[in-house]
Ligand binder design. Structure first.
Ligand SMILES: Cc1ncc(COP(=O)(O)O)c(C=O)c1O
Length: 434
């Protein structure tokens, strides 16, 4: 005799709230762009921050050899501890000595820096709490937090001050439910690199308000001449910092998905709670690829400094090229970056009356000139677009020429518009997003 079913009477399977509320803004904007490039011109994509796209930037032999060796090793085929192999964590600790005193016990390995950020956010924040995120800023924080019911509050960066943090605004955003302040340095999308004094100002705000910092330092050491990278953890006396980084950008291997979070807690404010929490959360996926973990000590120890220097030199010369070229584009205001691999470009929309907003500007640019830049919308920052600097030089040069032509074709200096030409790059007011 068959039992009467106790479950539902009919099929009713739905995506969970988390699944429904998880959105990756950049991916969806890029994937949903509905315009076709001009068939007469090859598409030049300056949109995606993947330095491997064009094949012009490659990791050095030492990095490839380390993974080859790992493939041959029996030990790289088994499960590793969820927080990562001891040798790999030890290697990350040594590599990260500039951040302050770090031991292997302070390191949790993750599947890319995004996963490290997820570990950091979910270790600190509960649903209903909020995290403070820079605007403009990389949007992974929204993607990770919003579905979990963790609120995003923005603090402003100042475009006219090399994208420094508006310190008053940062402090004004803090409330009883603020679980962490996110600091992205060097910044995606701005390319800013904060000096010691400014980082100390940020740390002071965190200290006064007893809020921990999550430091996204994926672009650590990606710094142009005349600037210096300081790990924010190295400047903090009392504020606990979770620093997130990884192999992705500096070693040019985003697809290998290797990142880490490092706990800096000199005054034992986190106690065991947060460390245990991070370990518990790491066990949700049983740690990142053992194959890359096993290669990590060699990668971190034996990659020659000359490799890093060459990559940075290249990106810096690309930044100069794009800056000099795009300064000649009427209606645009490029902002010279100090590091990372991006440039933000202000668009004086009032001078392009036939174009509604920066999103449409970017669409028309694809349609007419086959150049794809990322609209400011991707960073909650209208009237700007971001370009990636890692593309081959000839492509960048060509893209800049096409952007200049596009601007010349669409610019309209009506009398009234001339007056607003210098100050129409408006910055959004702070809004809170669930
Ligand atoms: C500021 C920032 N944080 C995190 C990430 C994600 O890094 P990963 O690819 O290692 O997950 C990126 C990637 O572009 C980034 O720009």
């Amino acid at each position: 005799m068959s039992r009467r079913p106790l479950g539902r009477k009919e099929w009713d399977v739905r995506a969970s709230t988390l699944a429904q509320n998880t959105h990756n803004t950049i991916r969806s904007i890029v994937e949903n762009l509905r315009v076709e490039p001009n068939p007469q011109k090859d598409l030049i994509a300056l949109s995606i921050g993947d330095p491997t796209t064009f094949g012009n930037l490659n990791p050095p032999d030492q990095v490839l050899a380390a993974v080859r060796e790992s493939v041959e090793s029996h030990a790289s085929r088994g499960y590793a501890p969820a927080k990562g192999q001891q040798e790999a964590r030890q290697a990350v600790a040594e590599y990260s000595a500039h951040q302050g005193e770090v031991t292997a016990d302070d390191v949790v390995l993750a599947s890319g820096t995004s996963h490290a950020i997820e570990l950091a956010i979910t270790a600190l924040a509960d649903p209903g709490q909020n995290i403070l995120v820079p605007r403009p800023g990389f949007m992974i924080y929204q993607t990770l937090a919003v579905g979990l019911g963790i609120r995003i509050k923005y603090y402003s960066l100042l475009p006219d001050e090399q994208w420094k943090v508006d310190i008053d605004d940062l402090e004004n955003q803090i409330d009883d439910d603020t679980a962490a302040i996110i600091v992205i340095n060097p910044s995606n999308p701005c390319g800013s690199v904060y000096d010691k004094q400014h980082l100390c100002e940020i740390v002071d705000v965190a200290s006064r308000n007893h809020v921990p910092i999550i430091a996204d330092e994926i672009y650590e050491h990606f710094v142009f001449s005349g600037h210096k990278f300081h790990a924010i953890s190295s400047l903090s006396e009392d504020v606990p910092v979770l620093t997130c980084s990884g192999l992705t950008k500096r070693f040019l291997v985003p697809g290998w998905r290797m990142g880490w979070v490092i706990v800096h807690d000199r005054h034992n404010i986190f106690g065991k709670d947060i460390r245990n929490g991070l370990n518990n959360l790491a066990s949700r996926i049983l740690g990142p690829s053992a194959l890359v973990q096993r290669a990590l000590p060699s990668i971190l120890k034996y990659t020659p400094q000359s490799f890093f220097d060459e990559v940075i030199l290249f990106i810096e010369s690309q930044a100069k090229l794009a800056y000099e070229e795009l300064r000649r584009a009427p209606g645009l205001r490029p902002i010279m970056p100090q590091g990372a691999m991006y440039m933000m470009i202000g668009i004086k929309m009032a001078l392009f009356p036939s174009i509604k907003n920066e999103f449409q500007f970017v669409e028309c640019l694809v349609k007419e000139q086959s150049v794809f830049c990322l609209p400011g919308k991707c960073f909650e920052y209208p009237n700007y677009m971001r370009i990636v600097l890692t593309v081959p030089e000839a492509y960048l040069r060509e893209a800049c020429q096409r952007i200049i032509i596009f601007c010349k074709e669409h610019i309209d200096y009506g009398e009234k518009r001339k007056e607003v030409a210098n100050d129409d790059i408006t910055v959004p007011h702070n809004i809170e997003v669930l």
